[in-house]
Design a protein around this ligand. Structure first.
Ligand code: DAH
Length: 337
């Protein structure tokens, strides 16, 4: 039995040396030290030995068992280490990582943030109003009574509650006056809704950015100065502007402000329809009735207001020729920004 054990040990260790992977290691573990393994079988015969032989053979058997177990453990950790080594070798750490898909800001949001920064630097606060607005703030307080034809200028979504989806950001003017009084410098970026037939330049949803400045002795000169600053912020250069008269019930006088065409520099091109000018925004001096609605004394205060078509500006800046793309949620479009 002594000899049998020694031979078994020698044979096992020789076979162990040839192990190449974990699978082979497990097979040999089962073959030698498993429940029906060769060593286990020999150990089971120990009980049949003569009493005087038992201690000697028992000790030897135990040594063989320990030696095989240790060898198998060594081999196992050796294999794990090698596996790690080969992973490190197979990984080229200088390769760029897999790119992670991230979202990006909507072009509308990009321009809105840019404008907000310009106005904040001029001391304006940024306020937002509700999308569902009362008839009072959307029309009445802005000097547009129920029978006023100007209501037809804006095709309105009426709710059964009698409220409206705000048709313009001007709806925030009187809310802001009521809340903050005068002097007041604020802009109101926001979503507007009109009941329109849609085409490349009309959508039922679009964005405006309203501005309001009220103090003593505010004049058109202040309005133009602020607008020029705004254009410098948006287009990064000085832009020539001109005013034409325009009618809006909540301003008196009212204007349309045009900017020198940025594409051709005023020479005339297809974008400005050969006029050299681009319509930018309607504006004017706040009507005394609107100041009164906001709780301000028109004898003491005056102000200017403007309603920048944010969506229009986005289209102009990025050369987008169909307004419907902006609300489409089409990723092929959005990924370009
Ligand atoms: N709220 C007007 C519209 O959506 C635009 C507008 C015109 C705003 C003149 C103003 C303004 O603040 O002074 O048609």
């Amino acid at each position: 039995m002594d000899k049998e054990l020694k031979q078994l040990k020698k044979r096992a260790l020789e076979e162990f040396e040839k192990i190449k992977n974990n699978k082979e290691l497990e097979e040999l573990r089962v073959k030698y030290v498993g429940r029906n393994g060769e060593l286990t079988k020999v150990l089971k015969q120990l009980k049949d030995l003569a009493v005087e032989e038992k201690p000697k053979i028992g000790k030897l058997a135990n040594e063989v068992k320990v030696a095989l177990a240790e060898k198998l453990d060594d081999l196992s950790s050796q294999l794990t280490k090698n596996a790690r080594g080969s992973i490190v070798q197979a990984t080229d750490l200088t390769l760029p990582g897999a790119s992670v898909k991230t979202g990006s800001l909507h072009p509308n949001t990009i321009i809105q943030y840019e404008l907000e920064d310009v106005f904040k630097s001029l001391g304006f606060q940024v306020l937002e109003g509700p999308d569902i607005e009362s008839e009072y703030y959307n029309f009445e307080a802005l000097n547009i009574p129920a029978d006023h034809p100007a209501r037809d200028m804006q095709d309105t979504f009426w709710l059964t509650s009698g409220e409206v989806l705000k048709t313009h950001t001007s709806a925030m003017q009187v809310r802001a006056m009521e809340k903050y009084g005068a002097p007041l410098k604020a802009i109101f970026p926001g979503r507007c809704f009109r009941y329109e037939a849609t085409d490349a330049s009309h959508d039922t949803t679009f964005y405006q950015l309203e501005g309001l400045m009220i103090d003593q002795d505010i004049s058109i000169a202040n309005l133009i100065a602020v607008m020029k600053e705004l254009m410098k912020g948006v287009f990064g250069k000085e832009v020539k502007v001109r005013q034409r008269p325009g009618y809006f019930p909540f301003v008196e006088p009212g204007f349309e402000l045009d900017i020198n065409c940025l594409i051709c520099g005023g020479k005339g091109c297809s974008v400005c329809k050969q006029t050299g000018w681009l319509e930018l925004l309607p504006c004017g001096l706040v009507h005394p009735n609107v100041l009164k609605a906001g709780g301000l004394d028109p004898a003491k205060y005056s102000g200017f207001a403007f309603g920048l078509g944010l969506t229009r500006l986005v289209m102009m800046k990025y050369g987008i020729d169909d307004i419907r793309l902006l609300q489409s949620g089409d990723l092929r479009f959005l990924k370009q920004f």
